[in-house]
Design a protein around this ligand. Structure first.
Ligand SMILES: Nc1ncnc2c1ncn2[C@@H]1O[C@H](COP(=O)(O)OP(=O)(O)O)[C@@H](O)[C@H]1O
Ligand SMILES: [Mg+2]
Length: 300
């Protein structure tokens, strides 16, 4: 079902800019893989090389063992590509866009209804693509990438510029894509998105991969502290700071925030003090990982 994607020492330079500076990784069949990094990190360039749309200066890309730049129809027919700036045919409705893309691939036209349903555009099937909202266009472009029922889907910042609700809806769609065993390779600059969707992420910055693993393992390997939030008034700041296992405690607007590498000790102590109401626990996130790896705040 899903296809394997390999990047072997890929490099791409534009003038003085090393957009992709020697990246190597493998995406396993059926994996949901994220390329995560701030704007300009080199995500799109890397993706375009893997899609076969751009030739690397050095290194090799492979999809199912074949160089995607060779445009081998056996590979192309099994690949779906959602481009960052979606290009629709002019003056066609959402349904017609999908019918037209489908015809190019020889896909059955019944598939259009299925795809409209999948991306939640059934009610907008008769709307001209140019009149759809930003989020609807984004979803239509994903549907277009799926007309050939691909085993491998590339998505370049599929939720960029969406409002939070539209982003959540799209996450559901993307999650379901992968359920059926497709390989999904997505770029994003949203930490939250990568954490939620991806089996593994490569953290990219300035053309290089800084780390690559599951979101949980990345956070764990760096031994990041867990943040426990206490409701205002649950404890005094001094009491919170002196709980067993607490490294630091700070007063915030919503209450007290404590950092610990021994959350169970802290939670046990809080339970003994009957101070669990309104408590929140957050483990180290990709945002913390990025900060640790680069020494810089994450700039989305
Ligand atoms: N066609 C191009 N010509 C010149 N520079 C480019 C081109 N495409 C990308 N770049 C530069 O390469 C770097 C990486 O860009 P890109 O791959 O688009 O990163 P990302 O998708 O992570 O934002 C950036 O500095 C960008 O300005
Ligand atoms: Mg990009």
């Amino acid at each position: 079902m899903g296809l394997r994607v390999e990047a072997h020492g890929l490099e791409k330079t534009y003038g003085d800019i090393r957009a992709v500076d020697g990246i190597t990784f493998t995406v396993e069949p059926g994996e949901f893989f994220g390329l995560l990094g701030p704007n300009g990190a080199g995500k799109t360039t890397a993706l375009e090389i893997l899609e076969g749309l751009r030739r690397p200066d050095a290194g090799r890309a492979l999809v199912d063992g074949v160089d995607p730049a060779e445009r081998d129809p056996r590979i192309l027919m099994r690949m779906g590509v959602q481009l960052q700036s979606s290009a629709f045919f002019e003056k066609l409705t959402a349904r017609e866009q999908l019918d037209t893309f489908g015809a190019l691939y020889g896909a059955p036209s019944a598939r259009t209804d299925e795809l409209l349903e999948l991306v939640g555009l059934t009610d907008h099937a008769a709307v001209l693509a140019e009149n759809l909202s930003g989020g609807q266009k984004q979803r239509l472009s994903i549907a277009c990438a799926l007309v050939n029922d691909p085993d491998l889907v590339f998505l370049d910042e599929p939720t960029a510029a969406l409002d939070p609700q539209a982003r959540r809806n799209l996450w559901d769609v993307l999650d379901r894509l992968n359920d059926s065993g497709r390989t999904v390779v997505l770029t994003t600059h949203y930490m939250e998105e990568a954490e939620l969707l991806c089996d593994r992420v490569a953290i990219m910055d300035r053309g290089k991969i800084l780390a690559i693993d599951t979101p949980a393992s990345l956070a764990q390997a760096l031994d990041l502290p867990v943040t426990i939030g206490l409701a205002a008034g649950a404890l005094t700041l001094d009491d919170a700071a002196s709980l067993p296992g607490v490294e630091s405690a700070a007063l915030e607007q919503t209450g007290i925030k404590v950092l610990t590498r021994h959350p169970s000790e802290v939670l046990t102590a809080l339970a003994a003090r009957d101070a669990l109401d309104g408590l929140s626990v957050r483990s180290g996130s990709l945002e913390d990982v990025f900060l640790r790896l680069t020494g810089r705040e994450y700039r989305a």
